[in-house]
Design a binder for this molecule. Structure first.
Ligand code: ADP
Ligand code: ASP
Ligand code: MG
Length: 415
């Protein structure tokens, strides 16, 4: 008997039929003798609608009230799923974040989970009840509702699996696993059977939204075995039909041949900001990025252009599109001190990344990327690298073209 956490994403609970389908999978795992806890998302589209309503009443909403509104989608699905399971004769109950509680920090709309008290839940599971837990939501130190950022139900599921010391966390979604790139964009994308935590972390943070980045971070730190699989297929999680996210050693131990590049990711949710004519002196970068950090805004790619006149320089970086208004506001407030000329922003950019642990031991990976993009006439605006990834920023109309060309260039196309 294993203890498993099953997570169902938005499309997997998108209507009553899909919720019944999820219930069948849960019932089948319970019938095999497993102890099961379930995490669900809001019905697909529900969270977008809630976000839209908030934006219709406030341009820079109070994040605490934003969270109160957008966390409600998950409360509908936990209740509905518990009801369906009860009709099916499976003892089940819904929980909401403050009842458990799922404690987070106070960073509203992008909170981090700090602790999940599973004492009572573990007791009810041992007694044969299936807990149905809302993804995405938590409880702040001030006792208010928080949310974990878009896609945050994955993180709720992995955190719950870690807290419950579960044997596995099955992430049911609308594709059969993790692919070499988004299968909805590139038809030739291939399903990967096993991917390392590290690669998955880069893929997720570079835009492969199949798993939220923090969920992979948590899985890696707590050694949670994660499986990504489709709720639209018949196979059950316990038969391992999906992609397993595991330690590199486990893949090596099986003697599986690793390709140099395992995947291509892309992200359209970043905006480019350029601060022009910044005085070229020590402390300036800290003065620019300090206010952004204080506002909890994540800066990703950064380039400081060469100083043409020796006295001033331009600094270019990217921030999430959702944070652009806040970022520009913070920079404008700092303008008097910083004495730069202006803040320019560009929403028409995408980031494309090639990822693979094999890059550590192979050279020429970056060159191939640059040559492939050049051959398609695509201009690179910003470059950033890590040990196992190379990212470039380009005009967003070239995203699909770039991803397809790179997928072919690195021999990832399905046969
Ligand atoms: P859920 O609602 O179940 O959380 P998401 O929409 O968040 O589902 O994530 C699943 C989607 O992730 C897929 O439909 C697919 O379009 C997208 N995706 C992006 N990159 C990848 C990838 N490398 N492998 C698989 N799916 C990917
Ligand atoms: N419902 C939330 C969202 O749409 C969380 C999730 O689905 O993971 O972002
Ligand atoms: Mg998701």
């Amino acid at each position: 008997m294993a203890r498993i956490v099953l997570k169902f994403g938005g499309t997997s609970v998108g209507d009553i039929d899909r919720i019944k389908n999820a219930a069948r999978k849960i019932k089948a795992e319970v019938a095999r003798g497993h102890q099961v806890a379930v995490v669900v998302s809001a019905m697909s589209g529900a969270t977008n609608q809630l976000v839209k309503w908030v934006s219709e009443v406030a341009t820079l909403p109070d994040p605490r009230e934003y969270d109160v509104v957008v966390a409600t989608g998950e409360q509908v699905t936990v209740g509905l799923l518990a009801l369906v399971l009860q009709q099916e004769g499976v003892p089940a109950r819904s929980w909401v974040s403050w009842q458990i509680p799922i404690r987070t920090d106070g960073a509203h709309s992008k909170a981090r989970i700090v602790d999940i008290d599973t004492t009572e839940m573990a007791r009810t599971m041992a007694a044969g009840e299936v807990p149905i837990v809302p993804g995405f939501q938590g409880l702040s130190p001030e006792g208010r509702i928080t949310t974990l950022g878009r896609g945050g139900s994955d993180t709720s599921a992995v955190a719950l699996a870690a807290a419950l010391k579960a044997d596995r966390c099955d992430i049911y979604t609308d594709v059969a696993g993790v692919y070499t790139t988004d299968p909805r964009i590139v038809e030739a994308a291939r399903k990967i059977d096993r991917v390392t935590y590290e690669e998955m972390l880069e893929m997720a943070s570079q835009g492969s939204k199949v798993l939220q980045t923090r969920s992979v971070e948590l899985a890696m730190n707590h050694h949670v075995r994660v499986q990504v699989l489709s709720s639209f297929d018949d196979a059950l999680g316990s038969d391992l039909p999906g992609t397993l996210v595991v330690d590199e050693e486990e893949i090596m131990a099986q003697g599986l041949e690793k390709s140099v590049v395992s995947g291509i990711a892309f992200a359209k949710d970043e905006a480019k900001v350029t601060v022009t004519h910044v005085p070229d002196r020590p402390g300036v970068a800290a003065a620019i990025f300090g206010p952004l950090a204080a506002a909890n805004i994540n800066v990703d790619m950064i380039v400081q252009n060469v100083s043409l006149d020796g006295s001033s320089t331009d600094i270019t970086f990217t921030v999430p599109k959702a944070d652009l208004a806040h970022a520009v506001q913070r920079l404008e407030q700092a303008k008097a001190d910083l004495k730069f000329a202006e803040v320019k922003s560009d929403l028409n950019v995408s980031k494309v990344s090639v990822i693979g642990v094999g890059m550590r031991s192979h050279s020429g990976v970056a060159l191939k990327m640059f040559e492939t993009l050049a051959a398609k006439g695509i201009n690179i605006q910003v470059i950033s690298t890590s040990e196992i990834k190379i990212s470039v920023l380009l005009a967003s109309e070239y995203t699909e073209l770039a991803v397809r060309a790179l997928h072919t260039a690195y021999d990832l196309d399905a046969a």
